[in-house]
Design a protein around this ligand. Structure first.
Ligand code: AHG
Ligand code: MN
Ligand code: MN
Length: 355
């Protein structure tokens, strides 16, 4: 029983209710938590309600939708629309953002979200999550698309929910990154991970290596050096994880360090990356930076990128800051033409592994 421990509501009252629009932001994050509890309950029912498999519909990204993608989107949209705290919403699952209209009341914020991240994992009963980003709206009018296109550095709050063995909600309002665990029986989120800190160093990386042939040379160099382990230039062994749920990946990194990469690749030349800037990369970057980590495209800080469209994709490299700095450095060397070829002993003249 958690009686006496800090609830999400108490944390929000203590941490933000005194600042500009703080009470409204606190109320909005309580609304997010309500939507998250509904999605946690739906996803925990698995195939019982016939919500498994795929729908015939595709979203604006061209991805086949799952029933839970749509149900989770509806949970967020209804919560935000009826909450009176946002002027408009934008979602991975909706073609265009839409403004809150009468009879509902507009509030001072914009909510941008990925209602169900990692949804290819649902049928395998592997962890999925929700990601959200809160921006300030420009005034009280009906927001236009340009109002949403703010760089990540303008976020007033961001977070995710992870629907795993336990449901956790991790958020930042710009004063550190804090994790809350859902006490399902009681229905409260309890502060269980205050002021999360990502270790600066790590020996664990996460990347989908099936894309290796499409990577840029600095990414190949970094991963080759990790794989070479003790016998390579890093002189220590690395471990690899790939869950294909960014939320689960980022959560692991917040808890024990690591580097996550979905870099630029040439698999589809029309897409500069797999992940979306506004509702995946930006909120995760805010959380990671607030926990002492770093988040980069390889060439610039993600949260400095000024978006030009709502569903924009971007390369993502985030996590333990010394490793992210190393990958950035490899990109700089490559772009300047000063990188040296991979020189692990595994690939020397007499090695069996020599390409
Ligand atoms: P979504 O389910 O919202 O489309 O996002 C899935 C994302 C992310 O969670 C994960 O890191 C990545 O896509 C997995 O991509 P691959 O299937 O290419 O590994
Ligand atoms: Mn996603
Ligand atoms: Mn999604």
């Amino acid at each position: 029983m958690h009686l006496g421990r800090k609830t999400l509501s108490k944390f929000l009252i203590e941490n933000i209710s005194g600042s500009k629009d703080g009470a409204a932001l606190a109320a909005l994050l309580v609304d997010v938590a309500a939507a998250v509890k509904a999605i946690a309950a739906m996803s925990a029912r698995g195939a019982l309600d016939g919500a498994s498999g795929s729908l015939d519909s595709t979203n604006v990204q061209g991805e086949t939708q799952k029933p839970l993608d749509v149900l989770s989107n509806t949970a967020f949209v209804n919560t935000f629309e009826m909450g009176g705290l946002v002027a408009g919403v934008a979602s991975e699952e909706m073609d265009d953002p839409f403004p809150v209209k009468a009879p509902h009341t507009r509030g001072p914020f914009l909510a941008i979200f990925d209602p169900l991240d990692g949804s290819s994992n649902i049928d395998g009963n592997v962890s999925v999550g929700s990601i959200f980003s809160i921006l300030r709206a420009n005034g009280t009018g009906e927001p236009g698309i340009e109002d949403y296109l703010q760089p990540g550095s303008k976020q007033v709050a961001a977070g995710y929910a992870l629907y795993g063995p336990s449901t956790v909600m991790v958020l930042t309002v710009g004063n550190g990154t804090h994790g809350f665990t859902l006490d399902r029986e009681v229905g409260n989120f309890i502060l269980t991970h205050p002021h999360i800190q990502i270790p600066a160093d790590t020996s664990e990386y996460a990347i989908n290596t099936s894309n290796e042939r499409f990577w840029e040379p600095p990414v190949t160099r970094y991963i080759d050096e990790c794989k070479a382990g003790k016998t390579g230039p890093r002189e220590r062994d690395f471990n690899m994880r790939w869950i294909a749920s960014m939320v689960a990946e980022v959560h692991r990194i917040l808890i024990r360090g690591g580097i996550f990469m979905y870099p630029r690749d040439t698999k589809d030349p029309t897409k500069p990356g797999r992940l979306r800037l506004m509702y995946e990369a930006n909120p995760m970057s805010f959380l990671v930076e607030q926990a002492g980590g770093a988040a980069s495209t390889g060439r610039e800080r993600i949260m400095d990128v000024v978006p030009d469209k709502i569903h924009q994709r971007i390369p993502v490299i985030l996590g333990s800051r010394h490793e992210v700095a190393r990958v950035d450095h490899y990109h700089q060397q490559y772009d300047a033409g000063t990188d040296k070829p991979f020189d692990s002993p595994l690939f020397n003249e007499r090695s069996l592994f020599r390409p």
